[in-house]
Design a protein around this ligand. Structure first.
Ligand code: ADP
Ligand code: 3PG
Ligand code: MG
Length: 391
């Protein structure tokens, strides 16, 4: 078990470098479109403030190429200050004399947010000189940035190798919830997997053949599976290079005695006329963009009987309203089952939010890629590097 902030003693007056994932959706004017990641971080910050630590927060936002005012964390300092009902100061840099002075002047129990750490190219290179420069300004490192824990960057992986460290409450919650899915799921355990590309979901599919009882497949990747069993898919998206992988996945599920269900009907568009039809046969110029009503009925039966459900990947091209019904229906069915329900994935959580169902799920992961990687590997690099709890 990893050391958590509860295991840290005598934090009073100590400079705690806290790495968080404030990579929130933001428009070009700096308006924050969803604050879930900030809201989920408040317990850790409040705890450190109560312990009278000097809390210095590091985060990335987006994928800037050098300095970019649209990716500044400054708007987040304002909203964080409102949510904490306390002063949150902001510094335009992550290293250098100004930061050093600001930290020195920071009163105990107050919060200082540093600028987007990805404005420095050294961050993603995991430059240890850069990591040491930041680490030299702190006494303890707390990593609560679950969403980026699959990346070995200077401000998570790097600093953790230098300073005494621990994980925060958000990271602890994520690890416990995901371990529960991996180690002790309620049965039957049904995994729903959708999304665009088979290649990005191969490992998690293999994992669920091992851990789950039933896998329901939707989204664009379903067509590669249908092709693999010899069905006509018209002009639907096909990842040719993944047909053999899809076939192998179906074979190993069969061998393991696990059920994988594929869509039996579709909402599809004629490529030429642009007419939209519901059909069980994707022939000619038809392109499948969503699962159809019979598939929803079929999947409903499995979901209603489930003891545990994990969902990742929209079941259709939900960005277009004409192809949103499959994802919405499955979201509603999952939200209203008696099963223990978890959801993960950037787009998937966005759809659940869009349908106003977020609070109906038992567990909503703050990670996208990190969540999937954790389920695939059972661990992540930036977590591995954190010290173990002394028992
Ligand atoms: P997550 O981010 O939750 O892991 P993915 O990134 O794997 O999910 O998949 C989301 C994308 O998959 C969305 O952009 C959605 O439009 C696309 N998608 C799902 N089904 C289809 C389809 N039938 N045709 C085209 N795109 C699809
Ligand atoms: C995320 O939003 O998935 C995390 O913040 C990681 O962001 P990244 O994919 O740009 O590293
Ligand atoms: Mg995505």
């Amino acid at each position: 078990m990893k050391r958590t902030i509860k295991d840290l003693v005598n934090l009073k007056g100590k400079v705690v470098l806290l790495r968080v994932d404030f990579n929130v959706p933001m428009d070009d004017s700096g308006k924050i479109l969803d604050t879930t990641r900030i809201d989920n971080e408040l317990p850790t910050i409040k705890y450190l403030v109560e312990q009278k630590a000097k809390v210095v927060i590091l985060s990335h936002l987006g994928r800037p190429d050098g300095y970019d005012i649209r990716k500044s964390l400054w708007p987040i300092s304002i909203i964080l200050s409102q949510k904490l009902e306390a002063n949150v100061s902001f510094c335009n840099y992550c290293i250098g004399e100004e930061v050093r002075q600001r930290i020195k002047m920071l009163p105990e129990g107050e919060v200082l947010l540093l600028e987007n750490v990805r404005f420095y190219k050294q961050e993603e290179e995991c430059d240890m000189k850069f990591a040491r420069e930041i680490a030299s300004m702190g006494d303890i490192f707390v990593d609560d940035a679950f969403g980026v824990a699959h990346r070995k960057h200077a401000s998570n992986f790097g600093i953790a190798r230098i300073l005494p460290n621990a994980i925060g409450f958000l990271m602890e919650r994520e690890i416990n919830a995901l371990n529960q899915i991996l180690d002790n799921p309620r049965r039957p355990f049904v995994a729903v997997l959708g999304g665009a590309k088979v290649s990005t979901k191969t490992k998690i599919l293999e994992k669920f053949i091992d851990k789950a009882d039933t896998i329901l497949i939707g989204g664009a990747m379903a067509y590669t599976f249908l092709k693999a069993i010899g069905q006509d898919i018209g002009q639907s998206i096909l990842n040719t290079e993944s047909i053999s992988v899809a076939k192998a996945i179906l074979d190993s599920a069969k061998e393991a005695g696990k059920k994988i269900l594929l869509p039996i009907d579709h909402v599809a568009m004629h490529a030429k006329s642009k007419n939209i039809v519901t059909t069980s046969k994707l022939t000619g110029d038809l392109i499948g963009f969503d699962i159809g009503p019979n598939t929803i009925d079929l999947y409903r039966k499995e979901l209603r009987a489930a003891g545990e459900i994990f969902w990742n990947g929209p079941l259709g091209m939900y960005e277009n309203k004409a192809y949103r019904n499959g994802t919405r229906s499955i979201a509603e069915i999952i939200a209203h089952t008696k099963a223990y329900t978890s959801v993960g994935g950037g787009d998937t959580v966005a759809t659940v939010n869009l349908f106003g169902l977020l609070d109906k799920f038992d567990y909503v992961s703050t990670g996208g890629g990190a969540t999937l990687k954790y389920l695939e590997e059972g661990s992540l690099p930036a977590i591995d590097v954190i010290q173990e709890k002394i028992l």
